[in-house]
Write a protein that binds this ligand. Structure first.
Ligand code: UDP
Ligand code: MG
Length: 306
């Protein structure tokens, strides 16, 4: 097969029929064989049975069904590991990612791009709270991680076999795929699209799941929160010396003040040293985390004359 369409599904019984029909329509425009991999992420509704009906009548439909709900990122990862196509296309099950955008992604892939991600220029039918938090989050994330994680891009994307192999080879468990996609490099392109409202059903991303994902996005891509305190601790310690100096000047000048004031810089010094120490521990912990993540040292794009 040339194309693998990967769809994570969690309690999507209302949307699946329509999604499947739209996917088949899309696939008519493919210039090669394809498979549609539905990953049922432990749905408790009728989703799995609906999928099984598709699979019975249509050999291009493949199903991976989880034993329980493991989450969106795990579902996509499973789909990627089982995909056999040359290009992997990851889409949500609710048709929020417009299928016609996929053809533009394929066009870019043909031009030689390895990762073509969808950038949301507009989100229709989503609550202001979600729009605002997403807007702020993506900007904050790219600022503090220093990795070029595209803003306003979700998991909707096309990934070449080569890039997919690299992403699959990263063994970490707290997977934030948008970060891993950016980290592996390769030629990346973006396609702008307008995110449609959900075709049917409710969002499956509870606030808790969203927070976990947001946390993974930051923590798995930067040790900044661990080490940021180091500098603050040093500054605080230095400032405490300024405090000691100021009080000493007053004392020499014969200006009387309550001796309890000496406690202020003393407390600042102790706090500063403690915070510096915590930051130092954070630096080691960050290295330990990097080692445990066990990402490869580098990823090769191509080798020539070997
Ligand atoms: N999803 C999943 N496991 C989960 C939550 C969501 O596989 O635990 C799937 C869901 O079925 C959908 C996609 O992930 O295909 C995105 O979820 P949703 O549309 O609810 O998120 P939103 O678009 O509201 O951010
Ligand atoms: Mg959605």
């Amino acid at each position: 097969v040339k194309y693998s369409v990967i769809i994570p599904v969690y309690n999507e019984q209302e949307a699946l029929e329509l999604t499947y029909r739209e996917l088949k329509k899309l696939a008519e425009n493919f210039d090669g064989g394809y498979e549609i991999i539905f990953v049922d992420d432990g749905s408790s509704d009728n989703s799995l049975n609906i999928l099984k009906d598709f699979a019975k009548a249509d050999k291009s439909v493949k199903i991976i069904s989880f034993s329980r709900n493991f989450g969106h990122q795990a579902a996509i990862s499973a789909g990627m590991e089982h995909a056999q196509g040359e290009a992997l296309i990851i889409m949500d099950a609710d048709l929020q990612d417009p299928p016609e955008t996929v053809l533009k992604m394929i066009q870019k892939w043909r031009e030689g791009y390895d990762i073509v991600y969808g950038k949301r220029v507009k989100r229709k039918g989503e609550r202001p709270f979600k729009k605002l938090t997403a807007y702020v989050y993506y900007r904050l994330l790219s600022r503090i991680t220093g990795i070029n994680i595209p803003k306003d891009a979700g998991d909707f994307r096309l990934i070449s076999r080569k890039a997919a192999q690299a992403i699959i080879s990263l063994p970490e468990k707290n997977r934030y795929l948008r970060g891993l996609n950016a980290w592996v490099g390769f030629k990346q392109a973006e396609i702008e699209y307008e995110r449609d409202p959900r075709a049917a059903g409710e969002t499956k991303y509870t606030l808790k799941k969203m927070l976990k994902l947001a946390g993974d996005g930051v923590i798995s891509n930067t040790n900044f929160p661990l080490t940021a305190m180091f500098g603050f601790g040093i500054v605080l310690s230095l400032l405490s010396f300024l405090g000691f100096f100021a009080l000493a000047v007053l004392a020499f000048a014969g200006i009387s003040f309550d001796p309890a004031f000496w406690l202020l810089p003393a407390v600042a010094l102790c706090s500063g040293l403690i915070i510096t120490g915590l930051g130092l521990i954070g630096m080691y912990l960050g290295r330990v985390y990097d080692e445990v993540k066990n990402r490869p040292l580098y990823i090769i794009n191509e080798k020539i004359n070997f």
